[in-house]
Design a protein around this ligand. Sequence first.
Ligand code: MN
Length: 139
Amino acid sequence: EISCFDKQKVKILLVEDNKTNQKVAQLILRRLGYQIEIADNGQLAIEAIEAKPYDIVLMDIQMPELDGLEATRRIHQRWPPGQRPYIVAMTAHALRGDREKCLAAGMDDYVAKPIRPEELAAALGRWREKVEHSETYID
Ligand code: MN
């Protein structure tokens, strides 16, 4: 466990169109010690990131207006590495190749739905490890 990070200070944006899934994810993250903000689709997520920076985006795939794969591509076009959030896909798709599709779109990590707290905690832990080793974070 990395203890030097204040979990309350990690800025997390949950991008999910389903209200029930929003509530479940929020509850899991709260229990893990994180606070989140929510965007209902990919378009609103991009607007939220334009308004202020986030450390982590938890991204659903199937959403109205703008889906998770296209939203991720646009985030990559808009913000250079080091200035864009770490993007974790959340997908119910059990199809082979889905992980590859998410990674090809520019997502950094992947958790399966329904979300298991230990899996989400591990993905967030990987992000923290990544930030710890990046030089830009020191500023
Ligand atoms: Mn969805």
